[in-house]
Design a protein around this ligand. Structure first.
Ligand code: UTP
Length: 293
């Protein structure tokens, strides 16, 4: 068995990025010259995913267009002899097979994932949130796929260690580490945004999952939760009661690019990782620091 499908929900309103998100989708906002969603799709492709299922809403067509061929632009670049740009644009258009399904009402992440049921079918699949970027030597989704493979293709929730005072920002898991794998826990439950004194651990779930198709039954049974939305956390808890669910502490960095500070952090990180910009950006940061400190 192979995990070939990834669901990427991108139907949210992106209110933290208003007013930009009045007319453009959050996921198309670029980190330097690549839209943030590019990095998410790239991670999935590098993890061996063959089919991406975008859960979209009206106004998100630009994301589909970005991953489509643009023959007019290709012809223009070819004509002008811009070979490198031509190759780059063509490559993005051929990157992966994309299917889109609509979420007609934004009723939460759990509801968004349920919209992909007909396309996913009975296969175990990956979920990557469209506004979370991870950077790992091995793509984070690949790490989770490997963990699922080692544990009979069961569900695996990607987790990372966070400072105790930050537990309120995340879903936090509880469970027991496996005897022979100190990066993987057999999960018992997940709590949404607990206060530090109530958090069972400091292992947070930033938006990478491997889920068995049983999650769809759970998603159909859960009532509306926090904020009147159908919460994925509630469905995962239901799954934990019935089946083995694992949490895997992945290696790598994660940026919450759905949040302004996370977005700025990612932009600086990507600029400093790029040999082309590194020196100049470092100098700019130094100058700005001296000017505004
Ligand atoms: P967020 O909680 O970040 O919500 O959703 P949002 O609407 O994108 O952004 P803010 O909080 O208003 O700024 C996490 C992920 O789940 C998707 C979002 O697109 C995002 O990738 N989502 C959320 C849906 O697809 N549908 C929903 O109903 C809710």
């Amino acid at each position: 068995m192979k995990i070939k499908k990834a669901v990427i929900p991108i139907a949210g309103k992106g209110t933290r990025f208003l007013p930009a998100t009045k007319t453009i989708s959050k996921e198309i906002i670029p980190i330097i010259n690549y839209p943030m969603i590019y990095y998410v799709v790239k991670e999935a492709v590098e993890a061996g995913i063959e089919e991406i299922i975008f859960v979209t809403a009206s106004g998100k067509e630009e994301i589909e267009n970005f991953f489509d061929r643009n023959l007019e632009l290709e012809a223009f670049l070819a004509e002008r002899g811009k070979k490198e740009d031509f190759e780059l644009i063509k490559k993005i258009g051929e990157m992966v097979n994309i299917i889109t399904v609509r979420q007609k009402e934004q009723l939460g992440l759990g509801h968004a994932i349920l919209m992909a049921e007909a396309v996913v079918g009975s296969e175990t699949f990956a979920v990557l949130l469209g506004d979370d970027i991870t950077l790992g030597k091995t793509p984070v989704t690949k790490q989770l796929i490997n963990c699922s493979l080692q544990n009979s293709f069961k569900s695996v929730i990607g987790v990372m260690e966070v400072p105790k005072e930050h537990t309120r920002r995340y879903g936090i898991v509880s469970g027991k580490f496996l005897k022979d794998d100190k990066q993987t826990l057999r999960m018992t439950a997940m709590v949404e945004k607990p206060a530090p004194e109530k958090a069972p651990t400091t292992l947070a779930t930033p938006g990478r999952y491997i889920l068995t198709a049983e999650i769809f039954d759970a998603l159909k049974k859960i009532p509306r939760g926090a904020g009147g939305e159908y919460q994925l956390t509630d469905a995962i808890n239901m799954l934990c009661e019935k089946d083995e669910v694992y949490a895997h502490v992945f290696e790598g960095e994660r940026f919450d690019t759905g949040d302004i500070i996370g977005y700025i952090d990612a932009t600086i990180e990507f600029a400093l990782r790029d040999e082309k910009y590194k020196k100049q950006v470092y100098k700019l940061i130094e100058e700005k620091y001296l000017k505004y400190k």
